[in-house]
Structures are given as structure tokens and as C-alpha cells.
Design a binder for this molecule. Structure first.
Ligand code: FES
Ligand SMILES: [Fe+2]
Length: 419
């Protein structure tokens, strides 16, 4: 008997090129499977190096029964640990962020170094060896300043992603950035629907007036190399896109699209901004006076990174926006958005937080309403899996990633259960 009988059946019913069976979106069983099995088998985006800038800075990444402390050590290295004390299991850190020279458990004050080693534990019996009782480490990868964690016993290899992402993101110097604005939005939708919505711009024209001010009509997920842009956008637009690509190449800005290679989990693309626009803001002007990019001059384009299964990121010359997503319940999802600017930029002088956040705050709210609508309809008896359009191939890529990894994680889990 399977531990996740219905999940197994729903996964078997998945149809290529279609949305998932209903139960995978709306059931408690699927939520528990996703948070306890599937999402623990893959790399998850947690935060950026700007969230843990100084030694002692920590950040909690939490999802269902998962709580991970991400902390910068005295040596500058960022590490991750399970947030459960080696004494009697209490949470060591309780705030989302903080800074401390050591990590002290509030219960009986066992004290850990920033590298996870146990430094102090009172009145323990003879033979107790502190070296055996440190915080349990969690796999962490720093890719161009984006921090990913993985809870699998053997995390999947991400060498290709590390190379593809780091090479393109490093010009934005995230280690010299600070978090200027951070906002949490709890969406009334399953996390997979929030992800699906993020992976297409089929809905953009009718829903995102603020976003479309600065984006080229190529949008996200449109106007990709290899697409027949002349057919969909006209000859003039295709010529404009070709000219942009040639200009980026000549300037040394990488232009080649990296799109989920080898069924992998990352996509990196430089996209044109609308003509005359320099940044993703309402007026098209930079949101911050200090550039974060080491590229001289303005780029008049943005770099976007999407990773499966829980993040996306947009980098402009003057600021970056990162998005992390964690499931809270089968119909609740936390979207955390962080706006990063240069660490020396002064609020009210070099940037206005309202202006910085305006485009994506509005866009997030619009997307949240769409995901709510989507979930509500899928939860009705009339729902049947529907077909993706030609503009939703990245939705299909996400769904396929989910199904493939869910099946693999389920098989591994069941193989490990002893009869
Ligand atoms: S549970 Fe942490 S010190 Fe006792
Ligand atoms: Fe959207």
C-alpha cells in the first residue's frame, strides 16, 4: 500500500501538455506530499547573500515541517542548519531575520557557533562530547549571490545551473546589495498555480498595465530566440529584437537563452525593455541613483532568472527583485518579494522605496487575484485538465518538472520503506 495512494494515482493520470489532475492542486494529501516529499528532493531558493550580509546575520527559511537557519559565519561563508536544538529539539532561532555572534537556544541556553558547532552546554554528564552535538547541516549553494537549499540525502547535481546563472548574474554584485524593501503576500491558491501563473505572459496584456509600461512587447515568455516573431509581432519588431541582441553581444552582455537545459531547473534570459526605458519602473527611469551592475552605462534591458520549482528574479542596472515561494496549505502560498539596491544607496536620497516597489507590488497583486481565480475554478466539480497554449510552454516545463520529480521522489520514498 502506497504512503501516498491518491498522489500516485493522480500522477499516473497526468496528460502531456495539460494542467494537472484536480487532486494535485486542491487536496491536503498532495500538499503534505509536496512539502514532505517532492519539495525535499530538489533545490529550493531561500534568499540572497544580501539577506545575510554580515557575519552573524541569519535568515529563517520555513516551509511546513521544515525550518532552516541560513547564517553567515565569521569566515564570511554562508551555511545552513536545521533549526532544531541538539539538546531537546527546541527552535534555536525564532525571528525571520536577526544578527548574533552566536546562536543560543532560548530553552536551556545551549550555545552554537556560527559554523554550527556546539560551544557550551551546562551540567552534562561525563563523557558528553560537544563535538557530537552540533546543529545538523543542510546543503546550501550560493549561485551568484542567490542562496539555494536542498533537504535530499543526495542533492541533485547543479553544476550546469551554477555555471549558467553565476556567470550572468555576477555583474549585478549581489554581495554589494542590501534589501531595501521586502513584502510577504499570502495568495489564496495552491503553490503550483502561483508557479504556473508566473511561467507565462499569456495573461499579461489584459492584466498587467504597470508591468507592461517598461517591458518590451516581447514580454516574458514571448519573443524568445527561435520563436517566429515576424509572424506574431511583425517584421519591425523582429528587426528591433535582432538589433538588440547584436548590440548586447557587441557590448559583451551575454544574450544566449538558457532554457531548462537537460530537463534541468533553470532558465536565464536577457530581455529587452521598451524603447527608451532604462529600468522596470513606472516611469522607466532608474529606481536608484547607484548602479548595482558593473556594466558601464545603462543596459536598457533586464536579466531574468527562473528556477524550478519556487523562484524567479529580475535584474536591472540599478536594482534587483527576487521572488521566493513557499506552500503554506493546499490553498495558501507565501510569495516573498525582495527589492535590492546598492548597499550605499540612501533611502529618500538615492531611491524612493515606493517607486522601487511599485511595478512588482501591483503586478504581484494582479497575479495573486488570477491565481485565486484559477484555484477556485479548479476546486469545482466542473474542472477537467485543460490544454496549454503555444505561449505556455514554460508552464508545461514547470508542470513536467513537478511530475517527473514527484514520481522520482515517491519511488525513492517507497523503496526506502521497509516492509
Ligand atoms: S532544547 Fe535547546 S537548550 Fe534545551
Ligand atoms: Fe502575471
Amino acid at each position: 500500500m502506497s504512503l501516498h495512494t491518491h498522489v500516485s494515482q493522480w500522477l499516473a493520470l497526468d496528460q502531456a501538455g495539460h494542467t494537472l489532475p484536480q487532486g494535485l492542486y486542491v487536496s491536503r494529501e498532495a500538499f503534505e506530499f509536496d512539502t514532505q516529499v517532492m519539495l525535499k528532493s530538489v533545490w529550493l531558493f531561500a534568499c540572497t547573500v544580501a539577506h545575510v550580509k554580515q557575519p552573524g546575520d541569519y535568515y529563517l527559511f520555513e516551509m511546513a515541517k521544515t525550518s532552516i537557519i541560513i547564517v553567515r559565519g565569521r569566515d564570511g561563508e554562508v551555511r545552513a542548519f536545521h533549526n532544531s536544538c541538539a539538546h531537546r529539539g527546541a527552535k534555536v532561532c525564532t525571528a525571520l531575520t536577526g544578527s548574533s555572534p552566536r546562536l543560543t537556544c532560548p530553552y536551556h541556553q545551549w550555545t552554537y557557533g556560527l559554523d554550527g558547532r556546539l560551544l557550551a552546554a551546562r551540567n552534562m554528564p561525563d563523557g558528553f562530547d560537544k563535538a557530537d552535538h552540533g546543529l545538523r547541516p543542510v546543503a546550501l549553494e550560493n549561485i551568484g549571490g542567490l542562496l539555494f537549499v536542498c533537504l535530499a540525502d543526495e542533492p541533485p547535481t547543479i553544476d550546469r545551473a551554477r555555471a549558467d546563472i553565476a556567470e550572468r548574474v555576477e555583474i549585478y554584485n549581489l554581495d554589494r546589495c542590501k534589501v531595501a524593501v521586502q513584502e510577504d503576500l499570502v495568495e489564496t491558491a495552491n503553490w503550483k498555480l502561483v508557479m504556473e501563473n508566473n511561467r507565462e505572459c499569456y495573461h499579461c496584456d489584459a492584466n498587467h498595465p504597470e508591468l507592461l509600461k517598461s517591458l518590451s512587447t516581447s514580454g516574458f515568455g514571448k519573443g524568445l530566440p527561435g520563436d517566429d516573431m515576424a509572424a506574431t509581432q511583425g517584421e519591425r519588431f523582429e528587426a528591433y529584437l535582432d538589433a538588440q541582441h547584436a548590440a548586447w553581444k557587441e557590448a559583451g552582455l551575454y544574450t544566449h537563452l538558457v532554457e531548462f537545459p537537460d530537463d534541468s531547473w533553470h532558465r536565464v534570459i536577457r530581455l529587452p525593455l521598451a524603447e527608451g526605458v532604462h529600468s522596470q519602473t513606472l516611469d522607466g527611469k532608474p529606481a536608484s541613483r547607484l548602479a548595482i551592475s558593473s556594466f558601464p552605462g545603462t543596459e536598457d534591458s533586464s536579466l531574468s532568472v527562473w528556477t524550478q520549482p519556487n523562484s524567479w528574479h529580475h535584474f536591472c542596472h540599478d536594482h534587483a527583485v527576487t521572488f521566493s515561494l513557499t506552500p503554506l496549505a493546499e490553498d495558501r502560498t507565501l510569495l516573498r518579494t525582495s527589492w535590492l539596491v546598492h548597499e550605499d544607496a540612501v533611502e529618500g536620497v538615492d531611491y524612493d522605496p515606493e517607486n522601487l516597489a511599485a511595478v512588482w507590488r501591483a503586478t504581484n497583486a494582479q497575479d495573486s487575484a488570477l491565481a485565486t481565480l484559477n484555484h477556485a475554478g479548479i476546486a469545482t466539480d466542473g474542472y477537467r485538465p485543460g490544454p496549454y497554449s503555444l505561449e505556455e510552454k514554460l508552464v508545461d516545463a514547470f508542470k513536467t518538472f513537478y511530475v517527473d520529480n514527484a514520481r522520482a521522489a515517491l519511488a525513492l520514498k517507497e523503496a526506502s520503506v521497509t516492509p
